[in-house]
Design a protein around this ligand. Structure first.
Ligand code: 13P
Ligand code: ZN
Length: 274
């Protein structure tokens, strides 16, 4: 089967299209990476060029040694991925030390992996370890309403979690581990990658103040769905605030009942007294 016909490639293309339609990816905003399964790495063998040169990642991700990632190119528009995958996305391979990468497919005409490579790979590294190899997707989107909230809510993960949980009953079930918040930082390097991946130890959602959101998950659907759920909740909160604020809400005790009914653990630190 041709590489472009493979399921992971078709799913990836669908997600980029859906995410662009959501309005989360103006211009080259945002980037998405997927860690290939072993059988996918075998299936692409006839289509990749392993002769390319290695480039330093800038960080060390030992547990990702020899892994393959499908990811967006730096400066590439997510809305154009479906138009030409080879120009806008690529597959990279990590060396056996976890220090360098090489492009083995796509990113033609001198394109490079996303400038947020460090944040992606360091987050993959944490999630691979924490989830016993299950999580494969990291998605960074410029989610309008979540960004707007970083101008009015305190930049505290506990507050973001609680306020967004309150906006839709199913939110705590979709992201029971809550949200982490990175204060404003210069994007595109190891430093913000470190902060992001530290928060990924505990959360599947990390917001970058005044910039965007990182989500992680097992599959592309689950990761997209998580981004969609959190951003929708933020949209409701923006509307509620614009209408003059809450007059009633879901209480901490309501959440405790929900946790019991849905058999999820909701950490008490998010259920603080207000
Ligand atoms: P890239 O085009 O390098 O992926 O950067 C886009 C972005 O969102 C930076 O945070
Ligand atoms: Zn960004």
């Amino acid at each position: 089967m041709e590489l472009l016909q493979m399921k992971f490639m078709r799913e990836y293309t669908k997600i980029t299209k859906d995410a662009a339609l959501k309005g989360w990816h103006e211009r080259n905003g945002g980037n998405i990476s997927y860690r290939l399964k072993e059988e996918e790495a075998v299936a692409i063998r006839d289509f990749v060029n392993e002769e390319s040169e290695y480039t330093a990642i800038g960080v060390t991700v030992e547990n990702l040694a020899s892994e393959y990632f499908l990811l967006t190119g730096s400066g590439k528009f997510i809305r154009n991925v479906a138009l030409s995958q080879e120009e806008n996305v690529g597959i990279i391979k990590i060396d056996e030390k976890g220090e360098n990468y090489k492009i083995v497919w796509g990113l033609i005409n001198g394109a490079k992996p996303t400038s947020e490579l460090a944040s992606h790979l360091m987050s993959h590294s944490v999630k691979k370890r924490k989830t016993n190899d299950k999580y494969r997707v990291i998605m960074h989107s410029h989610t309008t309403n979540l960004i707007a909230l970083t101008f009015v809510l305190p930049l505290d993960g506990k507050v973001f979690t609680r306020e967004l949980w309150e906006m839709a009953t199913e939110c705590p079930v979709v992201f029971p581990d809550g949200i982490g918040v990175v204060p404003w930082m210069v994007p595109g390097g190891a430093e913000i990658g470190k902060e992001t991946s530290n928060l990924m130890e505990e959360h599947d959602v990390v917001i970058w103040a005044h910039h965007g959101t990182f989500c992680s998950g097992e599959t592309m659907d689950l990761t997209f769905g998580l981004m969609d759920t959190v951003e929708k909740s933020a949209e409701i909160l923006v509307k509620v605030l614009a209408m003059g604020g809450k007059k009633q809400t879901i209480t901490a005790d309501n959440f405790r009942d929900l946790a019991e009914g849905f058999n999820v653990i909701l950490p008490e630190k998010f259920l603080y007294e207000k």
